[in-house]
Design a protein around this ligand. Structure first.
Ligand code: ASP
Length: 439
């Protein structure tokens, strides 16, 4: 067995957290490849090292004195090194970083040093080999991650190494310039490494015990989802349920490698398994509920719309021409509605409306704002009668007015549009009926 383990920033924020991670790794010799994040927050109001690096580099770029900021970053690492009683000095590394900051090596280079330095400490602490991600994770000139090239290089390199630490979050262009993924990107690195070594499992260690059925800010103590499919996860993640970076499922998905989300502070808990497919039933009919506020609907009416070929294309062209992506397009005989993100749309609404008039000639357009979308996701819904019925009666009982309904063609999800002010009540109503009452 071969396991790839990724530790998030809060799992490596201090020497104490490092020890927990170290114990987890040493407890199981199959945990052979380790992907660390940069040190995260030690307490609520603390600053992540990545954010300290961005701030420090911004000063360097403006030609301001950044010495004190860099010293504060060095202190964070020194605290970990001393707490672990390691014989390790990062003096030389910090000299190079200071020189490169002065030479304006770029924001991505700056941010990547968080993972890079944490990787050096982790490798030293565990006695594993350190591999600089810049030498194995490749980006193309267009800034896109080169999946196949990287996979070849990494597989070859790690094939010869029994145990290694590969820092998360960054790689490099072919000319050696460092490039990072988007924020939270160490999750992606972990997935890339798991694919390259054909791991049996990709363990993602964080500070929660897995994916929750609903947002704990809205529902008190929701249960952990034991098993979820990649597809379900994508639906929930898209709708705002954030534990794992959205792009982290793609590399492992190609190889059918399961992801196990675990809690560094509660290592005996099983966490959540993210798999391609499963015959395990969810505990409840639904797997999870998630949602987002801040949508607008553009309602378009035209008599005889149903018989006008190409009407929908012309309407959507108006959105495309203005660089706006749409979320959902429910339609009726003479009506069509397009849901968009309000913040992307507000500045362009009049341009889009006139483009629709020009291109599609509708009878009327009406724009509504402050809508929320709630997604009820579950592989079990397909084979269960009456799920939709139960959702809507629960909403009616809680006086939530449903403004839009959309059942995905996969029957994996039902999306409901409600007004922003009904958002939390809608989630509570659905949660109660499926999880608390378990109807
Ligand atoms: N340290 C980076 C961030 O804060 C990447 C990561 O933690 O995954 O976004």
């Amino acid at each position: 067995m071969r396991k790839v383990v990724k530790f998030g920033g809060s799992s490596l924020a201090s020497a104490e957290q490092f020890k927990k991670a170290g114990d987890i790794i040493r407890r199981d010799t199959e945990r052979r490849y380790v992907v660390p994040s940069a040190p995260g927050k030690r307490f609520d109001k603390d600053t992540k090292v990545t954010d300290m690096l961005y701030g420090c580099y911004a000063k360097a770029e403006e030609g301001k004195d950044f010495k004190a900021d860099l010293k504060a970053i060095k202190d964070r690492y020194q605290e970990i090194i001393s707490g672990l009683q390691l014989e390790l000095s990062l003096d030389e590394e910090f000299k190079v970083i200071e020189k490169n900051f002065k030479a304006k090596a770029g924001e991505d280079y700056a941010a990547s040093r968080g993972e890079y330095l944490n990787g050096i400490i982790m490798a030293h602490y565990l006695g594993f080999e350190f591999i600089d991600a810049a030498s194995v994770i490749v980006f193309g000139e267009d800034g896109e991650f080169e999946a196949e090239k990287t996979n070849g290089i990494l597989a070859e390199r790690l094939g010869k190494i029994e145990k290694a630490v590969i820092p998360g979050f960054y790689g490099a262009y072919e000319d050696g310039r460092v490039k990072t993924f988007s924020r939270g990107g160490s999750d992606i690195t972990g997935s890339i490494v798991a694919r390259a070594v054909r791991a049996d499992v990709y363990e993602n260690w964080t500070d929660v015990s897995g994916f929750l059925v609903a947002d704990p800010h809205i529902i008190e103590n929701p249960p952990v989802i034991e098993t979820i499919t990649y597809k379900e996860l994508r639906e929930l993640a898209y709708m705002g349920a954030a534990v794992l970076h959205e792009d982290a499922i793609f590399p492992v998905r190609r190889e059918g490698i399961p992801i196990n989300i675990r809690n560094t502070n509660e290592p005996e808990e099983e966490g959540t398994w993210i798999v391609e497919s499963t015959c395990q039933k969810s505990k409840y009919i639904i797997t999870g509920i998630a949602g987002k506020r801040g949508f607008c609907s553009v309602n378009i009416e035209k008599d005889m719309m149903n018989s006008e070929i190409g009407f929908g294309r012309k309407v959507l062209q108006a959105f495309e021409d203005n660089g706006i992506s749409f979320e959902h397009v429910p339609s009726g005989i003479d009506t069509m509605t397009v849901f968009v993100h309000q913040d992307e749309f507000v500045d362009k609404e009049q341009k889009v409306a006139s483009a629709i008039h020009r291109m599609a000639g509708p009878d009327a357009i009406e724009i509504e704002s402050d809508l929320a979308l709630v997604a009820v996701v579950g592989r079990g819904m397909k084979s269960t009668r009456g799920t939709a019925g139960r959702i809507f009666s629960a909403l009616a009982h809680k006086n939530v007015n449903v403004r839009m309904i959309d059942q995905g063609s996969s029957e994996l999800n039902i999306i409901i549009g409600v007004s922003n002010s009904d958002f939390e009540r809608a989630i509570q109503a659905i949660y109660e009926i499926f999880v608390e009452v378990q109807l």
